[in-house]
Design a protein around this ligand. Structure first.
Ligand code: F6P
Length: 319
């Protein structure tokens, strides 16, 4: 392969820049030309392409966001969009592409691979909701950001004897909620993966009150929604003044952690290695701390487990 491209697609995640750096440098070191495709698949449709050299990716490993910009691209779901993208690749001599994003982005990568442009996916999303890998780029940074925010909320909840209901991101997955909850000593963690009733939450708070506890943290996963309503119900049932905070997009920003930078470098490198061997339609990930790769369609059919034991532990030690 003589020339490869790299793009970021879907929601940005800290560590995406570190992947772009790894892909660019690995590609060049293996004798290939590397280009950046801007704003996800839109850049392929519109021909928004920039040359990347070893220096264009200097000073980005520590930066959040993505220097290539990102977007979700509806047009790419249709044949016309895919054909335009293929044409751009042919005109620019792009034979392979590293796609950094989530499941939606990987569907596009599979479609383009089927049309002759070999793509390899690198999991980049704060949600950790990609089944073929135990870990996605951005997840660790997002959890650490959420943890810092909840620690700050605890200071004010403690000072006012309040209950702080904190909603964290994750789309439909409770991984950020579970880990942030246990790391912040939350009284209760509400996720879709674990059955709960409002009575369970309220009873846990009342049990805490009986042992002299005056402030409470309840972590709610994004897919549950209604954090304001949850806070209201807690206040009515327990008499503890309650406030809801939705952390939102702050969790997507910031300088990536060590883990995100290391995994980004490793997975980016491995994706290029596959392309340089003429292998596409794969997605790379981590299992038992080892790099693995799967056929994209196979990867999209996989399901991911939730750590029920960790949830039980969090519940049992949170008084
Ligand atoms: O997938 C990352 C994520 O931040 C989710 O946690 C969240 O549900 C979604 O993206 C928000 O998307 P948007 O950037 O379109 O608001």
């Amino acid at each position: 392969m003589k020339k490869i491209g790299v793009l970021t697609s879907g929601g940005d995640a800290p560590g995406m820049n570190a992947v772009i750096r790894a892909v660019t440098r690995a590609g060049i070191s293996k004798g290939m030309d590397v280009v950046g495709i801007r704003r996800g698949y839109n850049g392929l449709i519109n021909g928004d392409i920039v040359e990347l050299n070893v220096r264009s990716v200097s000073d980005i490993i520590q930066r959040g966001g993505t220097m290539l910009y990102t977007a979700r691209c509806a047009e790419f779901r249709y044949e016309e969009g895919l054909q335009k993208a293929k044409q751009t690749c042919i005109e620019n001599g792009i034979e392979g592409i590293v796609v950094i994003g989530g499941d939606g982005s990987f569907r596009g990568a599979a479609d383009l691979s089927a049309r002759g442009i070999l793509c390899v996916g690198v999991p980049g999303t704060i949600d950790n909701d990609i089944s073929m890998t135990e870990y996605t780029i951005g997840y660790d940074t997002a959890m650490n950001t959420a943890m810092e925010m909840v620690d700050k909320l605890r200071d004010t909840a403690q000072s006012h004897d309040r209950c702080s209901v904190v909603e964290v991101m994750g789309r439909n997955a409770g991984y950020i909620a579970l880990n942030t909850g246990i790391a912040c000593g939350a009284t209760y963690i509400i996720t879709k993966e674990e059955p709960y009733t409002m009575n369970d939450v309220i009873n846990k708070i009342i049990a805490g009150q009986k042992t002299g506890k005056h402030h409470f943290i309840i972590v709610v996963a994004e897919g549950i929604g209604n954090s304001e309503q949850i806070a209201k119900e807690i206040e009515q049932a327990t008499g503890v003044e309650s406030r809801a905070t939705i952390l939102g997009h702050v969790q997507r920003g910031g300088s990536p952690t060590v883990r995100d930078r290391v995994e980004a470098s490793q997975l980016g490198y491995y994706a290029v290695e596959l392309l340089s061997n003429g292998i596409g339609n794969r997605v790379v990930g981590l299992q038992n701390n080892k790099v693995v790769d799967y056929d994209i369609q196979e990867a999209l059919k996989m399901t991911k487990s939730f750590d029920h034991k960790l949830y039980e532990i969090a519940n049992e030690i949170s008084f």
